[in-house]
Structure formats: C-alpha cells, structure tokens
Design a protein around this ligand. Sequence first.
Ligand code: ASP
Ligand code: MG
Length: 456
Amino acid sequence: MIVMKFGGTSVESAVAIERVSSIVRQRLAQKPVVVVSAMGKTTNKLLAMAAEAVAGRRDEAMRLHAELRQFHLDEATKAIDAVDLPKLDCILEEHFVELAAFLDELADLGEFPPQYVDLISSYGERLSSAIVTLAFRHLGLDAAHVDSRTVVITDRRHTQAAPLYPRTYAKLEKIVKPLAEKQVVVMGGFIASTQDGFTTTLGRGGSDFSAAIIGAGIGASEIQIWTDVDGMLTCDPRILPGGHRVKLISFGEAAELAYFGAKVLHPATVVPAIEKNIPVLILNSRNPSSEGTRIVGDRVETTNIVKSIACKKDITVVNIRSLRMLMAHGFLRRIFEAFDKYETPVDMVSTSEVSVSLTIDNTDKLEEICTELRHIAEVKVDRDQAAVCLVGDNITHTPGISARVFGALSKVNVRMISQGSSVLNMSIVVAGPDLRDAVEALHTEFFSTIDPEVFG
Ligand code: ASP
Ligand code: MG
C-alpha cells in the first residue's frame, strides 16, 4: 500500500486530473491511497470570499461564491462521465448552499472566528476529493471516496489542529486500510475533525501532513508527494543552474534544507512517516518518469560529504560589540531578550569574547532592537548579506572539510561562520553580490565527482 499526494496545481483542471489518474493507474499494483489538495487556488478564494462577508460586503462574497461554483462545475464536467452529472449537481448544490449559509452567518457576525476559518476552508478539499473520485471512475479506476474528517481526528486547535494519533491510526487501520485492499481510496488532505465532529484543519499547506498521517496509519510502504519539480537539488537553481538531483537524503538533511528555503516540503509534515520508518518521495507529476528524491529516516552513506548547498538571500547581519562583555555573564541573555521582545527570529549566531554577530531575516523591528542594544553595546548593521549552508550528515565529523570550504572560497570574503550546533550543517555568510560566486566555487569543490547511488 502506498499514499500518493497531489497538490493544488496537480488537480487544478480536468486535464491535470487526467494526468493524475494516469500516474495512479500505473501504480495500481501498489494499492494507492490518493490524497488531494483543493483544486488550484481554491483555499485562498474561499478565505477571500469569507473576508468579504465578514466586512459586510455580501454581494461581493456571493459573486466570488458563484465564480468558484462555476469553476468547479466547468472542470468537473469535463473530467467525469455524463451519467454522473446529476451526482455532480447534487454534490455542488449541497456544498455551495451550505457554504452560502456560512457566509451569511459571517456577515452577521462581522468577525471570522477560527472555527469558521476551518469550516470555510474545508470546502476546497471536500469538493476536490469528491470530484477526483468521480473523475477516476470515469477514467476506469475503481475509486472510493473517504471523507478525511471521519478518520483524521484532532484536538480543537482550529486552523492549526494536531492529530490525536492513537485514535486517528485506529480509524485509518479499521476503515481506510481494508478499503484500499480493493479500491483506490481518494481523500482530501488538510481537513480533519475533532472527536465531537467539528471540522478542523491541519494548517495551510497541510495536505502533505495528511499524507504522512494517513501513510503512517495504514502502514504504507511509501509516501509519494507529487509536485512540479524533480525533487531536491544539490544547489538552488535560482542561484546556480545545473545542479544534480539528490536521489537519497536523510530526514535530518532534508529538514536543514527546508529551513534554508528549499521550499519543496516542510519537514515537520513528514514526521509521522519518518517515525514509522516509511520513506517519503518527492516526485514530479509533469515528469513522472524521474525517480525524484527519497527521504529516509536513516543516515545515507555516501562518499560525497556534502549533500546539498542551500542559500538564503537578503539577510541582515547585526554585529554587537562591547568590551564589557569580556568575562561578564548575562550579556547574551540581554542581547537575545531584545530580539525576543520584538518577536524577531535569529537564525545564525557566532560569538567571540567581546562580540556577537547574528543574522535575521525579518527587519521590521530592527530600529527598535538596535536602540535597545545600544544601551549595552556598539551595534553595526550589514544589510544585503547572504547565507550559504552546506548540508550533509557527516560534515562535522569529517576532518579537512573547513580547509576545502575556505580553499574554495579563497577569492570570496567570508563575513561569518557557524558550525557545530547541528552536526550536519556548516553555514557561512557572504555579501549579497558574492553569493553566486560562493555557491559556484563550493559546488565545484564538492560535486565535481558524485556518487551515482545518491545523485542523479
Ligand atoms: N489547500 C490547503 C492550502 O492551500 C492545503 C494544501 O494545499 O496543502 O493550504
Ligand atoms: Mg503544498
């Protein structure tokens, strides 16, 4: 049994759904459970019409409502069998009448409580999963629809609900697993419900999380996340084209890369899969023959110490220096308190006896933070900096790696270095305009020979 998750763009139209069905058909032997997102940008559209209703603009809300209904009708009509048109009408009527009633309630309320956010945004996946089921049947797949809200059970933290795992796994095992033995089960991602039946959601982009939960619950042998890229690469293609595909990566490495903006997948979402030792694959629905990237729980043994080079542009370095810091205690605490007070996350830190350099992404409150810091130290701010992060399970355990890094970067001014907090990354900061040269030099150093088992 496998789980195949398709995101919003993969099911945005009749043509896209047809592509999905042919990918699924080729994997019938593996007994797929298909998890889908809302079609295209539906979640955003639902939230936009709710915002109109809350603001008292009922007419505009209803205009968007009609538009969304028409969109679903048009695409679904092209995707399903003519015999099923009355069934489609029923589905659309039921969902959109209910939705209109909720919009009305919101207009009366004049606010948008989290329970309503979940209710409203749930319609995207409820509709897409029902429509994809009908389309699969039309395309010759024996498909069965399961409303995820009946099996994925969460706490009451609306808009960011957490699954109650034992209950959820028990339901998935009892309901979805036996069904998937015989039919292609289709479920909506993102949506769930509390024990007493209130609709919840797992947070924006939550369909990946759903796929991992469902895979863990049915004991899938693999979870496939179908996107529109070939998987993870050895370098960011926007900075340096021509990187290699990473075929195999450990969960820890994937997590480091995601943090540095390789936005293929948020690692927290696949934790349920990794805990049960189920590999997660990133695959491309527009290029289904590519084998993608496989994320596994264990370390990946390879002769290439660096698995990928991630980078982050437009970061700001704050340099804080004070002679009073020498041998004093409490200094770092006071520095971090200033960032904490203004809710500004700090990414990298490096310190000496008398100075601290740290990087931040969000500079909205930088002025205020600097004012605070200047009570205790000299502060200098460098904008337009870039972080480059080498990721690989064995980086810190490998002698000579720093020599290779700095050898490769002999022509680039390195502003900051950070290593050690995690054994699998080494990060440096360079001036923004030096970023491409730095990445190119490091890529040449670490990927001129590649292990064919691990890189494609
Ligand atoms: N449809 C939801 C969203 O747009 C969940 C997802 O697509 O993963 O956030
Ligand atoms: Mg997504």
